[in-house]
Design a protein around this ligand. Structure first.
Ligand code: KG4
Ligand code: ZN
Length: 360
């Protein structure tokens, strides 16, 4: 049986400074020994979005602390680890550099091997960390910065089947909240308001009339703006119940598009063993319910990792690093930080980008 591995993971590609220690035993089973996330929300909230320079500085200041804390919580020393896995892209370059430089420093000081991990591979391999998913499986990655369908055939074998050509769904939820005067992050506040509303506002279902798995969400925002303005013109303001109706209608449109495209993806890939989601939007109960039903209809398990492992974290990077390391991957001090790094080099480039910069 293969040897067990203990991997330190670092993640700093967006606005969370994270470090984690994950163990992969000889049979390939996982154990998360620690998972530290230092958030930066307070630093960015006044600006209504992530400010790359502020994020980079905060990562550089906090990454050592995150590593120390992760090792202490795991009860292991750095030299007891087998390798250091680090997000080497895609993401905000200043942040990615902070993580890569830290990992290189640790590697140079200890002689531990480095493994550069694609952030999206971290998300895409999470169902193996949490549920021991077996290849091949289908994944919908749906967050504030990403929206894509992936077929996962191995730790380094991804096919991008389609995705958004403009906004990411989380970004659309956040913009909706902003337009309606609801607090950020928009997803949870729009979901809470939607629970009180009726799906009475007609909104488009973008690209549902076209074949394939590409999606578009920016037009939904324009339609929503018009719906809001019509209510304001009629009532001289935005009554709470009408706002709830707009939220319910928006959430229904979002759910319907994502569910229908998921149905098509599953239909085109009948050999997969599971349907998995990751990303912050996977927390949405309406979406989860629709996808659970869909997977059930296809006789497949629906894998939705706990939220702390759906959103950005370093346990997923350590785990992806462990899978790659077990397969022989080794990087060295020439490892480069990449702002863009498509998981699937053969896929057509995406036209749009999320609010946090192009991720793929
Ligand atoms: O994965 P994540 O933490 O960060 C990245 O974008 O990488 O996702 C955050 C996004 C935000 O846009 C937030 O509004 C959305 O996930 N979100 C939700 C819900 N909870 C968080 N969207 C819809 N419904 C929710 N319950
Ligand atoms: Zn992410």
């Amino acid at each position: 049986m293969a040897q067990g591995l203990t991997i330190l993971g670092l993640e700093s590609s967006c606005d969370d400074t994270a470090a984690a220690v994950v163990r992969r035993d000889g049979a390939g089973d996982a154990e998360i020994l620690s998972n530290v996330v230092i958030r930066q929300d307070d630093l960015h909230s006044a600006f209504g979005g992530v400010v790359p320079e502020i994020a980079a500085r905060a990562h550089a200041e906090k990454i050592d602390l995150a590593v120390e804390q992760a090792l202490a919580e795991a009860g292991v020393t750095l030299t007891a680890c087998d390798a250091i896995a680090v997000t080497a892209g895609p993401g905000l370059i200043g942040g990615v550099l902070a993580g890569v430089m830290c990992a290189k420093g640790l590697s140079a000081a200890t002689g531990l091997p480095l493994v550069g991990v694609n952030h999206l591979a971290g998300h895409a391999l999470t169902p193996r960390l949490t549920d021991g998913a077996t290849f091949p499986y289908l994944m919908l990655l749906v967050s504030g910065g990403h929206c894509q369908f992936l077929r996962v055939d191995g730790p380094d074998a991804f096919t991008r089947l389609g995705g958004t050509i403009d906004d990411a769904p989380g970004e659309a939820f956040d913009k909706t909240a902003r337009l309606l005067g609801l607090p950020q992050p928009g997803g949870p506040s729009v979901e809470a308001a939607a629970a009180q509303g009726k799906t009475s506002v007609p909104l488009p279902r973008p690209l549902l009339d076209r074949p394939g798995l590409d999606m578009s969400f920016s037009g939904l925002k324009t339609a929503l703006l018009r719906a809001r303005d019509a209510v304001v013109a009629e009532h001289g303001g935005l009554p709470r119940d009408r706002r709830a109706d707009i939220c319910a209608s928006f959430q229904a449109a979002m759910t319907e598009v994502l569910a229908e495209k998921s149905r098509r993806a599953l239909h085109a890939h009948p050999d997969v063993t599971a349907f998995a989601v990751a990303g912050g939007v996977a927390a949405n109960r309406s979406l989860r319910a629709a996808l659970t039903e869909l997977a059930g209809g296809a006789n497949l398990p629906f894998l939705a990792p706990p939220l702390a492992l759906c959103t950005d974290n370093a346990a997923m990077i350590a785990w992806a690093g462990a899978e790659l390391f077990a397969g022989g991957r080794r990087d060295n001090l020439t490892l480069a930080a990449r702002p863009r790094w498509p998981l699937d080099g053969d896929a057509a480039p995406m036209l749009g980008s999320g609010k946090r910069g192009a991720k793929a």
